[in-house]
Ligand binder design. Structure first.
Ligand code: FES
Ligand code: FE2
Length: 427
């Protein structure tokens, strides 16, 4: 339970707010590299700021104010030039540092205008990595953009999926340190959704939470596992401050504003030995829906769609004055405590937890992963198809509904295995 004031501190993301300033000390994935190949100009709202992301004809990325500095036209309707973006209203042109580099009529009327042009748009850093474009909206110097080891795994098919989730970021991130929900929300609920009216998944018997440099790890023992199982010896990573690494995929929860979050999933699926070597030339990114247009209800069939139902069900901003935390929420309490420490750190002029500054150390940074051995070594198709966990990834895309045909085809071409339709998750 939190006071109203403390809940506000953790949930507000705008510039100048305590948590908004903490989140601005980190890089966030905001779009797909391939998305900008399709449309070089994209409007984005991030942490309460309206911006426009672009790739200019020279190949550089920019992230600038959505509104032109001249008379505020919408730059998401602008067009890219060799350098930067040009407003479609009177042609003022901006580079990716936000400098106005051309004011066409002003320069005719007064040839010295170029020198006098002091106009500047708000502009943020953008970097490509792992198929995604990452934004940094904080003060200089910018920290390192984390180079997670999984981004370099070979012989895998990677795709990234975006969903617009109409609720605050914090409740989505609290899900990253909440092991017990797996038993009820995914395992048991999916059984009921498939029509089984009896029986329950193995119960959780023991939980543990540990702090690591890059976040927290949660560990579990259930009725069907023991202390030698990787879910206890390795666990899962609540990645700091707004990510989740489950050994085979990442999830990030990027604040759009106080009441909206961009969910970003990055999934690696190892190809069977027979399909090696496989080199992926382009990582497909796509948008997954969360609502069934016919019924108006949330979609229940896929893992993260189910999670989203929990998040939005908690309200646009969870009222944490009304909750009753239990023993299963020890991790949630740790997460909140650390965020308050992060707020204090930033107020004191220090880096919050999880900010990487050492470029040497930021190379293929390893994270705990129960999938690592499999992803590094792979399996022959025969064994892969019979593996209780990995066959599920090979045969379906279980995380988000709506994988487009072209991504499915690329997936099948990579693995040599046909994707099967999945109406309801089978865990
Ligand atoms: S409003 Fe953009 S150039 Fe005039
Ligand atoms: Fe979940």
């Amino acid at each position: 339970m939190l006071s109203e004031e403390k809940n506000r501190q953790l949930t507000q993301v705008g510039p100048g707010t305590p948590m908004g300033e903490v989140l601005r000390r980190h890089w966030h994935p905001v779009a797909g590299i391939d998305d900008l190949e399709r449309h070089p100009v994209k409007p984005l709202r991030l942490m309460g700021e309206d911006l426009v992301l672009f790739k200019d004809l020279g190949g550089d990325y920019g992230l600038v104010d959505r509104h032109c500095a001249h008379r505020r036209a919408d730059l998401s309707y602008g067009y890219v030039e060799e350098t930067g973006i040009r407003c479609n209203y009177h042609g003022w042109q901006y580079d990716n540092a936000g400098r106005c580099i051309q004011q066409p009529y002003e320069e005719v009327a007064d040839p010295q205008a170029r020198q006098r042009c002091k106009v500047r748009l708000k502009a943020y850093r953008v970097q490509p990595k792992a198929g995604l474009l990452w934004a940094y909206m904080g003060p200089e110097p910018a920290p390192e953009l984390p180079d997670w080891e999984a981004f370099s795994w070979a012989n895998g098919f990677v795709q990234a999926v975006f969903s617009d989730v109409p609720c605050n970021w914090l409740q989505t991130q609290e899900n990253s340190i909440d092991p017990v929900h797996f038993e009820w929300m995914h395992a048991n609920w999916s059984r009921r959704l498939r029509g089984h009216t009896e029986g329950y998944a193995p119960r959780h018997l023991q939980l543990d939470f540990e702090e690591i440099e890059h976040g927290f790890v949660y560990k579990r023992i259930s009725e069907d596992t023991d202390a030698t199982h990787p879910l206890w010896t390795i666990g899962r990573v609540c990645l700091w401050p707004n990510g989740f690494f489950l050994g085979d995929h990442f999830e990030w929860r990027v604040p759009v504003d106080d009441e909206n979050t961009l969910s970003v999933t990055w999934s690696f699926i190892r190809v069977p030995r027979e399909a090696e070597p496989f080199v992926q030339t382009s990582i497909p990114t796509w948008v997954s829906p969360i609502k069934d247009p016919e019924t108006g209800r949330w979609i229940t069939s896929h893992v993260i769609n189910q999670d989203i139902i929990a998040w939005v069900g908690q309200g646009r901003i969870t009222d944490r004055t009304q909750e009753n935390l239990g023993a299963s929420d020890r991790g949630v309490a740790m997460l909140r405590r650390q965020l308050f420490e992060d707020i204090d750190a930033v107020r004191g002029g220090r880096d919050p937890k999880g900010v990487l500054r050492n470029a040497q150390a930021n190379q293929q940074v390893g994270l705990p992963s129960d999938s690592r051995d499999f992803f590094l070594h792979g399996l022959p198709l025969h064994d892969y198809q019979r593996h209780p966990k990995w066959s599920r990834l090979l045969n379906h895309f279980i995380f988000h509904v709506g994988q487009p045909e072209w991504v499915q085809q690329a997936h099948e071409a990579a693995t040599g295995v046909k994707i099967q339709r999945m109406n309801v998750l089978d865990l």
